[in-house]
Design a protein around this ligand. Sequence first.
Ligand code: FPP
Length: 252
Amino acid sequence: MTVMQPSVLNLKELPSDLDRNRLPRHVAVIMDGNGRWAKHRGLPRIMGHRQGVDALKKLLRCCKDWGIEALTAYAFSTENWGRPLEEVDFLMTLFERVLMRELQEMIEENVRIQFVGNLAALPRSLQDQIERSMTATQGNSGIQFTVATNYGGREEILQACRAIATQVQQGKIQPDEIDEALFSRYLYTANVCDPDLLIRTSGEMRLSNFLLWQMAYGELYITEALWPDFDRTQFHQALSAYQQRHRRFGKV
Ligand code: FPP
């Protein structure tokens, strides 16, 4: 007889070793290793991205089941335009198709989706689909799902500076009113709390220009697993590691 893991018996149930009261409110992910996952199987890189979408969808459902309030995923960085044209085109089309395919389910599952980044530089049809998805889910009260697309942390900070400088120039803000809380309101992520936990797959130990301001005190969890292999068991391990950390926020 096969002994089943409790998480397999009841997917909605939080594993019993995790403390419900000390879960991260906001989890962010750098989904690295799609290309390598495909290469190890003798497949084209794009197959890794397809499989990566599946892993992301499963993680979103898991976060929802386990009561995590927000999930943010780094789908495309401002530096990713430097990839071969066919791969960039494939990714743009993939984002659009995924959005179209999953929209109804996101509405039904009460997911609120938003895209952050320099969206104006994305293909027009993708911008339209993003707009539709955000509008259709904006009234939902469930998990906040943020997809960073054409996102760069430094660029995000610069656009906030420009916007604040304009307000100062117009006399609407006094320079000494600029504090952390005000600055945060000018970031793309103004409507969501800072991530408590950032997970990066495939063993790389960098932030890669992701959520530079927001990750000031966030915990980092790096796993060797490639993104398409990141599943509930891996997420469970990440949460267990997070719950063993002692967060001090610069205090003793
Ligand atoms: C990094 O792997 C992954 C990406 C650049 C793309 C990730 C995008 C998705 C999984 C799709 C998300 C879609 C929506 C609509 C939410 P890599 O190519 O850098 O892998 P490598 O490091 O092995 O080369």
